[in-house]
Design a protein around this ligand. Structure first.
Ligand code: ATP
Ligand code: MG
Length: 445
């Protein structure tokens, strides 16, 4: 993309309404624009990152054997009356009446809708196990929408639902989700720690929240610092292997890590004192096994091997896709701007032409742009007639991990400059060598 043809409305001033770095930087980098409280337009740069995250989530869900689909944002109230949640959900639910006076709502989550789809089409244990998911906009009329996309009213969420014949199978689905989520967050350059969460009225130990540590997080967390040494890495996973998924779950959840809702001071004090941490975190996902709560309420039964009809065991599993962008920025920025991890960056690299209009510099930039795009890479070429300082400031603000700087002086010696946004270190290379390096960095991402 050539910047002169793009839409990147960066702000010079720091917006006064933004209290935390990620919100400030998303506004300043021209990623989002608020349209009303907690509701945002995704401008091209923000939209690009949102799509990248969505793709990573899709890839990892499909890898785990889960089946993508798409349900509507607007739902009929009738299904929610069946489950009993129409009244329970309270003010967070945006209720709408259509022209025929039918009660509708903007979905805050999809247990009812998916259970209805399931019961309409599945009647036998032979069709199980089944995990369906979608990535769709949700609406929750939060009392205090704040921190930009972190706590929006309209937000983008992956929600998946498993249907299993037995509790044992459903717990395997639970473990499988935990493993797939660990992979997903790591691909985004994030460490998200599974912490034991509150089962609420449904009860039980079977819910974990995934938290990204950040001073601006809304949750208070208590953990054994040994959990931050764990990393998923590139281990091979067979998602059908119950024992393997179970052992990974144990590896990642056996150390003390809880939110304030489930914190147990006595248990925490068993952690060696020098490893006890009290910090703040951002919830970027949650997994849940809730048994037959919805299948019983909504009569979602399957015929078991013995011919008897039984309610299916279910769980639901969510990832806050739009909130993740805020979490990534909270975890990765400096005073100049965002620093995107390579896995989610909106453009793979920037090209800065120090002397737009200079024949040689323009030709060199064009050639770089062509070679990069021919390799399937996606550069952002700043081809505006602007001061170098302004161009650098924009690149630093929008946070592309790599920048190639091209100017007449370097070109005389046959070199361009390759700079890392994270370290600030630069290296002089031939243009060909620079292209090769960028290609190597992104190979396999
Ligand atoms: P919270 O406790 O932060 O209100 P929740 O536990 O109610 O979230 P879930 O129902 O577990 O949310 O939804 C799954 C994920 O969706 C959450 O882990 C979070 O990342 C994201 N999410 C929930 N509410 C919002 C919101 N208002 N804005 C942005 N993302 C959200
Ligand atoms: Mg939650």
């Amino acid at each position: 993309m050539r910047l002169s043809r793009y839409f990147l409305p960066v702000l010079k001033e720091t917006p006064s309404e933004a209290q935390i770095a990620s919100h400030r930087l998303m506004l300043r980098a021209g990623m989002i624009k608020q349209s009303s409280a907690g509701i945002y337009s995704w401008l091209p740069l923000g939209f690009k990152v949102l799509r990248k995250l969505e793709n990573i989530v899709h890839e990892e869900q499909v890898r785990a054997g889960h089946v993508p689909m798409l349900m509507p944002t607007l739902q009929s109230a009738d299904l929610w009356r069946e489950s009993g949640r129409y009244d329970d959900y309270g003010q967070e639910m945006l209720r709408i009446t259509d022209r025929h006076d039918r009660d509708m709502l903007y979905g805050p989550t999809n247990e009812e809708l998916i259970t209805d789809i399931f019961r309409s089409h599945v009647g036998s244990y032979k069709d199980l196990p089944l995990t369906l998911y979608h990535i769709q906009w949700k609406f929750r009329d939060e009392v205090r929408p704040r921190f930009g996309v972190m706590r929006g009213r309209e937000f983008f969420m992956k929600d998946g639902y498993n249907f299993d014949l037995t509790k044992e199978d459903a717990l395997h689905a639970y473990n499988r989700h935990l493993v797939s989520y660990l992979r997903t967050y790591e691909r985004m350059g994030l460490q998200a720690i599974p912490m034991r969460a509150d089962g609420g009225p449904i009860g039980g130990d079977y819910t974990h929240e995934f938290l990204v540590l950040a001073d601006t997080g809304e949750s208070e967390v208590f953990y054994d610092s040994a959990v931050t040494d764990l990393s998923f890495g590139d281990r091979e996973i067979d998602y059908d292997d119950h024992a393997q998924c179970q052992s990974i779950l144990e590896e990642f959840t056996s150390k003390y890590a809880r939110t304030d809702e489930t914190h147990d001071e006595a248990k925490f004090s068993e952690v060696p004192e020098d490893r006890r941490r009290v910090a703040r975190g951002i919830e970027v996902g949650q997994i849940f096994y809730f048994g037959t709560k919805y299948s019983e309420a909504m009569n979602a039964m399957v015929q078991g091997p013995d011919g008897k009809k039984v309610p299916v065991h279910m769980g639901s599993h969510g990832i806050g896709v739009s909130r993740l962008i805020g979490a990534i920025i909270e975890a990765s920025h400096d005073d100049k701007g965002i620093i995107w991890p390579e896995g989610v960056t909106p453009f793979h690299c920037g090209i800065v032409n120090l002397k737009q209009g200079d024949e040689e510099a323009d030709a060199a930039c064009d050639a770089l742009y062509k070679s990069l795009t021919a390799l399937g890479l996606d550069p952002l070429y700043d081809d505006r007639k602007e001061r170098a300082g302004g161009k650098f400031a924009t690149m630093d603000l929008i946070g592309l991990p790599w920048r190639i700087t091209v100017g007449p002086r370097g070109l005389k010696n046959g070199v361009v400059e390759l700079t890392s946004r994270r370290t600030g270190e630069s290296e002089e290379l031939s243009p060909e060598e620079a292209v090769k390096r960028i290609a190597e960095i992104y190979a396999g991402l």
